[in-house]
Write a protein that binds this ligand. Structure first.
Ligand code: SF4
Length: 413
């Protein structure tokens, strides 16, 4: 039996994983370079996985028998990538198979199947008035439509969108603060109305909108228990909640780290830099921990989340930083530079412990160990931060020979 992750997944589902019948103009998989591991190119669109694991499906590949099975067995809730209610816009976004989905969507709603809906927002295509129409359409199908999540379109340097943007004024996504703020303002109207009517926010915006707009995140209550967490909605807020919950323990752990030691260097993706600065500031970790933002050169475009960082970019970023520190140490004999441990979030690994570019924690640690660089892999939550702080609280000045590599089992999240 093959041990390949894609094969293992396929073997668990009768007939194999169903794949999509679409040609989405914004498909992230189509924007990946061609030499990555094969499981990354799996375009799964399988209602069984949606029911079991909460993966988003488009409904475009469902036969009448599939719909009957969903209804008969009440496979609910399902997670649906919807994008737009206007048939012309749907076709532009998903391809010609999109048209029959509206009938299926209504059939499922009428049969009492509950649906969490996702909208990938593409500037100039399904934003503005089209988004208003789509939200009105979905609101009419409440309570079957349990929640709506809106995420900005992502693009990589391999995307045609990137090339087009370079030669036109048309925005690629919502990275622009004004564009992101407009979406927040537009969607807030539906959120306020929903909270007035039902006490829930119902339609949620991806974290990127607040980050791009430099706007404050909503309150914890606003997220109603994070129904679209796996869609990247509320992750930053959930992290902050987690830090608040463990605030006393964390503060004590950072207090125990020697002052001005910069014992920890925390790696983060570009999108979460402000959140991490705020966190370290609140924990009074200045001088004890520093940040090392890592740019995603591997994918480029507007990809800034930590989880999509590759080993290539991480190793390059750490090596560059360590060399800079070493040069500073040579030039400054008055203030000795203490060794730092690079703390890498294990969110960069998939369930098989591999980064996007196919490397393990051991691969990364071994590469950096040749430069006497100490690394540590932790979960990207309060527990991970606490473990890193506690490890750094031992006030020891290590020589290069004593530099250690601490490798945890990556999480399976
Ligand atoms: S349904 Fe998903 S995997 Fe298929 S083309 Fe569209 S975005 Fe890509």
């Amino acid at each position: 039996m093959s041990n390949h992750p894609l094969t293992r997944l396929t073997e668990r589902l009768r007939g194999g994983v169903r794949t999509c019948a679409n040609a989405c103009s914004f498909c992230f998989i189509d924007q990946l370079p061609s030499n990555l591991r094969s499981s990354l190119y799996l375009k799964d669109d399988d209602y069984r996985l949606s029911f079991r694991d909460g993966t988003f499906i488009t409904l475009t590949n469902l036969s009448s028998a599939d719909v009957k099975r969903i209804v008969t067995q009440q496979l609910s809730p399902l997670y649906v990538s919807f994008h737009a209610s206007d048939p012309t816009v749907r076709t532009a976004l998903l391809g010609s198979n999109a048209l029959r989905t509206l009938d299926v969507f209504d059939r499922l709603c009428e049969a009492g199947i509950e649906l969490h809906v996702s909208i990938v927002l593409v500037p100039g295509i399904n934003d503005g008035e089209v988004l208003d129409e789509t939200l009105a359409y979905l609101a009419e199908r409440r309570p079957q439509v349990l929640s709506v999540g809106i995420v900005p379109v992502a693009y990589t340097k391999y995307s045609e969108r990137t090339a087009e943007a370079a030669s036109s004024e048309a925005p690629c996504s919502f990275n622009d603060p004004i564009a992101a703020a407009h979406v927040i303002e537009q969607v807030q109207r539906y959120q306020f109305a929903s909270r007035d009517e039902t006490g829930t926010t119902w339609v949620y915006l991806a974290d990127e909108f607040y980050i791009y707009a430099q706007a404050p995140f909503p309150t914890t209550e606003w997220y109603d228990g994070y129904p679209q967490y796996e869609n990247g909605i509320g992750i930053v807020h959930a992290f902050v909640d987690d830090i608040r919950l463990h605030f006393d323990e964390l503060t004590a752990a950072f207090e125990a780290i020697p002052d001005e030691s910069e014992a920890l260097t925390l790696l983060t993706g570009e999108l979460t830099v402000d959140t991490m600065i705020g966190t370290l500031s609140a924990l009074r970790a200045g001088g004890k921990a520093r940040l090392l933002p890592i740019r995603n050169y591997f994918l480029g475009g507007n990809v800034g989340v930590t989880g999509l960082l590759t080993a290539t970019d991480i190793v390059a970023g750490i090596s560059f930083d360590a060399e800079r520190i070493a040069r500073t140490a040579e030039d400054d004999t008055v203030h000795p530079v203490l060794p730092t441990t690079y703390v890498i979030p294990d969110a960069i690994f998939n369930a098989d412990g591999l980064t996007l570019d196919g490397k393990t924690a051991e691969d990364i640690a071994a590469t950096l160990a040749t430069g006497d660089i100490s690394v540590m892999f932790v979960s990207d939550d309060a527990a991970g931060l606490l473990r890193a702080a506690q490890a750094a609280a031992v006030p020891a000045v290590k020589t290069a020979d004593e530099a250690e590599v601490i490798c945890d089992e990556p999480s399976t999240a």
